[in-house]
Design a protein around this ligand. Structure first.
Ligand SMILES: O=P(O)(O)OC[C@H]1O[C@H](O[C@H]2O[C@H](CO)[C@@H](O)[C@H](O)[C@H]2O)[C@H](O)[C@@H](O)[C@@H]1O
Length: 381
């Protein structure tokens, strides 16, 4: 698809390319803007996506910067000058990743006459980041915004959580759910789009309704169970550590662990992972994520869903993906590389990304969803 984005509403010089998009929006390139130290979240990473050895000091740096501090702390702890520095850095960063709200007209101008498909991450996108992963509830307002948008466009939630857990939080039957970073895809009960797929299986959901599932990592289930048990065991003595079973992945949270114990937890997790060459370790927001070494991620899940919905390879389709985390970058990449659609990064701090646009936090995500619904309704008049 040719993303003929109209003129950008920000002062970035417009590239005279065929697409009329600034070159930085066409192909991924490292940001040219220099931000103050500590504002860029970077994680040491090898080319294959696996993090460097867990014992290296770069891990500790990555752990420290892996989730932005709550805004209040970032502003209170330092002098006024720091907060205005932060603001300037954020506004400068937004030149490269304009707000999807202030660019809304531009987005809908391009979306006119196209079929939209919406992909939403859960934690940090639909619900704010909280200390206790079991309490990451979404608000009723957000739920109704998601429900309304799903009535207008095919909508999927793609999360690192287990599919059951994210379904429990969201509780809407009309959506597609992809848990375990896209390794556990379920189509809505009344929508049979996955039924014809050769690798899909029929199952029943918690309410006993028939559902269709796609689980490309199913053979890893016993291994994940085993590593989950070991991780629970080795983190028992570390105050605040929390191991979450996400079915085809495991999360080891250190958000509530005292910083002096971060190296210990990283080392213990690394030691266990040594025994599992078919599992890999990645790093999210104050969390280590253990997952199978298979060629599958949130980007692949987006491609799979688009194909299953018959929306792949069509010029009149515009997929939009909204997410806040490193794992969402795989989806942003798929949309950007194929010039297929828009990635929207949710972040309150400058971050390097493959997204096109940005939103500051879940409340802006909700505004954006509401705006999409209003725009769709106005088109029907
Ligand atoms: O793909 P996502 O839906 O963004 O899931 C990624 C991880 O999200 C959850 O952890 C994050 O949110 C927690 C609740 O706000 C927070 O306490 C934690 O520090 C964050 O990393 C979830 O618990 C993980 O299992 C997911 O992998």
């Amino acid at each position: 698809m040719d993303l003929k984005t109209p003129v950008l509403a920000d002062p970035i010089p417009i590239n005279k390319s065929r697409l009329g998009i600034h070159s930085s929006l066409l192909s991924y390139s490292p940001p040219r803007t220099v931000f103050s130290r500590g504002l860029i979240l970077s994680i040491p990473r090898k080319k294959n996506g696996v993090l460097d050895d867990v014992r290296s000091s770069s891990w500790l740096d990555a752990m420290k910067s892996s989730s932005p501090p709550p805004k209040k702390l970032a502003f209170d702890a330092n002098a006024e000058l720091d907060s205005s520095d932060t603001d300037i850095a954020y506004r400068t960063w937004m030149l490269k990743y304009p707000s999807a709200l202030s660019s809304f007209e531009q987005i809908t101008h391009f979306a006119k006459g196209k079929r939209l498909a919406l992909f939403l991450d859960y934690d940090g996108t639909l619900s704010p980041i909280v200390d206790n992963p079991n309490c990451a509830f979404m608000s009723d307002d957000m739920r109704s915004a998601v429900k309304n948008v799903a009535e207008c466009f095919p909508t999927a939630i793609i999360s690192g959580r287990s599919r059951d857990k994210v379904y429990e939080f969201v509780g809407l039957t009309e959506l597609f759910y992809a848990g375990s970073h896209g390794m556990d895809i379920m189509s809505p009960a009344k929508n049979g789009v996955l039924s014809g797929h050769p690798k899909c299986i029929k199952s029943t959901d918690k309410q006993g309704k028939e559902v269709v599932l796609f689980q490309p990592a199913s053979e890893f289930l016993p291994m994940i169970e085993e590593v989950f048990t070991s991780l629970v065991e080795i983190t028992k003595g570390i105050n605040g550590a929390n191991v979450e079973n996400n079915k085809f992945c495991v999360s080891v949270h250190y958000r509530n662990v005292d910083e002096k114990d971060w190296m210990t937890i990283a080392q213990r997790v690394g030691d266990i992972l040594q025994e599992y060459p078919r599992l890999r370790l990645t790093h999210g927001r104050k969390v280590f994520e253990v997952r199978p070494v298979i060629d599958w991620n949130k980007g692949k899940a987006v491609e799979f869903l688009l194909e299953s919905l018959g929306l792949s390879g069509c010029d009149d389709v515009l997929p939009i993906y909204v997410g806040d985390d490193r794992t969402d970058e795989d989806a942003f990449k798929v949309l950007r590389e194929g010039n297929r659609g828009y990635g929207i990064l949710v972040s309150s701090v400058p971050k390097e990304s493959r997204a096109f646009y940005s939103l500051r936090d879940p409340s802006e995500v909700m505004e954006f969803l509401k705006a999409l619904v209003a725009w769709n309704r106005s088109n029907l008049l």
